[in-house]
Design a protein around this ligand. Sequence first.
Ligand code: MGD
Ligand code: MGD
Ligand code: MO
Length: 694
Amino acid sequence: MTTQIIRAACPHDCPDTCAILVTVEDGKAIKVEGAKDHPTTNGFLCTKVNRYLERTYSDQRVLYPMKRVGEKGKGIFTRISWDEALDTIATKFKSIANEYGPQAILPYSYAGTMGLVQSQSMDRRFFHKLGASLLDRTICATAGAAGYKATIGASIGTDMERFDEAKLIVIWGGNPQTSNVHLMPKILEAKRRGAKLIAIDPYRSLTAEKCHEHIALLPGTDGALALAMMNVIINENLIDADYISKYTHGYELLKERVTDYPPSRVAAITGLSEEAIVNFAREYATTTPAAIRLNYGMQRHAGGGMAVRNIACLPALTGAWRDPAGGVLLSSSGTFSLDTNALERPDLILPGTRMINMSAIGDALLGDWRLPDNSGVPLDPPVKAIYVYNSNPVAVAPDSGKVIAGFAREDLFTVVHEIFQTDTADYADIVLPATTQLEQFDVHKAYGHIYVLANNPAIAPLGEAKPNSEVFRLLAARMGFDDPCFAESDEEIGAHAFNFDHERMKTIEFATLKENGWQRLNVPERYAPFAEGNFPTPSGKCEFFSEALAKQGFDPLPTYIPPRESVQTAPNIAAKYPLAIISPPAHNFLNSSFANLPSFVQAEKEPFLEIHPDDAAARGITDGDRVKIFNDRGTFTAKARVSDKARSGVVVALSVWWKKLTDGTNANDVTSQGLTDLGAAATFYDVLVEVEKC
Ligand SMILES: Nc1nc2c(c(=O)[nH]1)N[C@H]1C(S)=C(S)[C@@H](COP(=O)(O)OP(=O)(O)OC[C@H]3O[C@@H](n4cnc5c(=O)[nH]c(N)nc54)[C@H](O)[C@@H]3O)O[C@H]1N2
Ligand SMILES: Nc1nc2c(c(=O)[nH]1)N[C@H]1C(S)=C(S)[C@@H](COP(=O)(O)OP(=O)(O)OC[C@H]3O[C@@H](n4cnc5c(=O)[nH]c(N)nc54)[C@H](O)[C@@H]3O)O[C@H]1N2
Ligand SMILES: [Mo]
C-alpha cells in the first residue's frame, strides 16, 4: 500500500481559499484536512469542504459525455463518446459562426472553481480566438469593486490576520460565520480581548447573533448610513485632520456634501433611530483601531457600488488606516498581480467584440442586450449557442422565469460542462463531465487573505471526466486554432499566471509553491497598506472626490442611490408587494454547489422563509405554514419560520436551492435583472414581494 499526502487548495468561491492536505492511498483519496501550517486555514475546513470526498466520490457525478434525447429541461440523456461530443460542438460552432457570425456564440462561466488555470486561461483564449461574444462577469463582486476602486484605487485592504488586534469590528453586510469562517477566530479573539462587535444587517444572521450590537437597517440604505456617519464625524470634529490633509483628496467638497445627510434625515431612510446613528458614528470614530469587514450582501442593490464607495471613505476621515488592524477589508484580490495577458490572451479578441452581462442572461437569451445604463436593445446577432462551465445559471441567475425561457429555446445550442447534472445541465444539448479539484492542477490567489496557493492533483480523473483547460485544448485543435498558446500544459499556464517581478509577488516562486502548497505575498508581517497614504488612485490619495467617476457620468462625490424596489422609492410596486426579500447563502451550501448532496441538504432540511411575527400575523401565517412568495416576475414556495430574526418589512430565504430538488422553484424566481449603479452587477437583494399562505 502506498500512502501520499498531496498539497491542494480549496477551489470554491469564498474569501478563505484554504490550503488542504489530501491523503491518498493506492490512488484513492481517503481524507481531506485543512493545512495546519497555513496561517489563515489554521488546520480546519468549513462544514462543506470537510466533506469534499462526498462530492468527489458522489454517485451523482457526471462521468461521461452525453447528448440530450428528451425535451429540454427534462434531463433525459444518453451516453456518447468524447469524439462525438467534441465533433458535435466544433461542427455546430463552425456552422453558427458561418451563418450568424461568431458573436452568436456566448461563453457563460463564473467561479465554480476559482483556480486561475481552470477558470480564466484556456477557456478565454479559445473564445477570444473564436470571436465569441465576451461575457461581463458581474454576478457577484463588480459593484463593490468599482465603488471601492473609486475611493481607494484597488482591491487592497486590512490584512485579515490583524483583525484580532482591533478594538471595534464592524461587520457590514456580511455573514462571516457562514461565508468567511476563517475570519471568525480572529473576530472572536478580538472580542475576548475586549473589542466591541457591531453587525449591520437587516437580518440577525449567525454572525449578528455573536455581536454586541446589531444595527438592523432597511435593505439597500447603507450608503445613506455612511453619509450620516461622515456628517456626525465631521460636525463633531472626530476627524484625523493630519491624515486628511496629507492623504486624502476633496475633503472640503465632502464636508459640504454630507450636510445633505443629517442623522435625522437618514434615520427615516434607514429605518434606524437618530440616536443609534449618532452613537454608532461616535463609537466608530473614537475607538482605535477600528476595522470594518465590508462584504457582498450590502452591494446587491441598485446603489450598491456607491454604498461601498461611501463606506470606504470612513477610515480615511478618522485615520483608522494608520494601524494594521484599522481600515476596511472588502477584497484582497488587488494585492496580487496576475499576468492576465499571458493567462487570457486578450490580444486575440477581435476589435469591436460585444460584451454581454451575465446578470441579465435571461434577457440576452431572449434577444435583448442589456446596456450598462440598464436599457435593452435587440441583440444582433442573437445568441445561438451558449457554453456553460463553472456555473449553474438556471439556479443562480436572477429572474429565473426568463432564464429558463431562454435556455428552453429549441434553436439554442447549449453545452454544459459539469461535475453534476444541475438544473442548467438539464437544458443542455451536450453535457461534458468535469473533474473536481482533486483531479486537476491549478494555482490560486485569494480574495480574503494574501497567500498564493497551488493545487496539485491528488487522484486520476474519475470516469471520463476532464478539466476545463483540457476540453478547450481539444476543441481548439478541432477548430484548427494553431497558436502555440493552445498547446500549453496546465503547469505551464500556472507557471506564467503571476507577474513574478511585481514588488508584492517577489516572494512567490513556482516550484516552491507547488511543493509547499502556499506562499505569503511580499508584504510586511504587520501590513498597513495605507498608513502613509500611497493609495493606488489617480491622485495617489484616498479620493473623496473622484474625477474618474465624474468622467463615467457618476456623481464625483459620495451620494446616496436608493434601492430600485423599496416601500420608500417604489410605492406603486410596494402597494402590491410590500415586503423586501433577501436570499443570502445557506450555511451548508456554496451558492448552488453542495445543494444536491444528501448530507448538506439534510442539514438545511428544506427551503425556509424567515418572517417577522407582525408581518406573519397580518397575513394569517403561523410558524411551519407553507407559503408562496411572489411578485410580477414569479413565485416560489418555502416553509414559514416566524421569528424576529428578520426586521419587520423584510423576509429572508436562505439560498441557493436546486429547483429540481424542491418544487421546481427557488428564490431567483422573484429576483430581478436590474443592475447596480457602478459595476453593472446583479441586484439580488433589491426585490419586493408579497407572501401568502399556500
Ligand atoms: N457557506 C457559504 N459561504 C460562502 C458562500 C456560500 O454560498 N455559502 N458564497 C460565497 C460567495 S460567492 C460570496 S460572494 C460570499 C458572500 O458572503 P457575504 O459577503 O457574507 O454576503 P451575503 O451572504 O450575500 O450577505 C451577507 C449578509 O448581508 C445581509 N444583507 C443583505 N442586504 C443587505 C443590505 O442592504 N445591507 C446590509 N448591511 N446587509 C445586507 C444579509 O442579510 C446577509 O446576512 O460568500 C462566499 N462564501
Ligand atoms: N438568490 C440568490 N442568488 C445568488 C446568490 C445569492 O446569494 N442569492 N449569490 C450569487 C453569487 S454571490 C454568486 S458568486 C453566484 C454564483 O453562481 P455560480 O458561480 O454559478 O456558483 P454555483 O452555484 O456554485 O455553481 C458553480 C458550478 O460549477 C461547477 N464546477 C465546479 N468546479 C468546476 C470545474 O472545475 N469545471 C466545471 N466545468 N464546472 C465546475 C459546480 O459543480 C457548480 O454546479 O450566484 C449568485 N446567485
Ligand atoms: Mo459571490
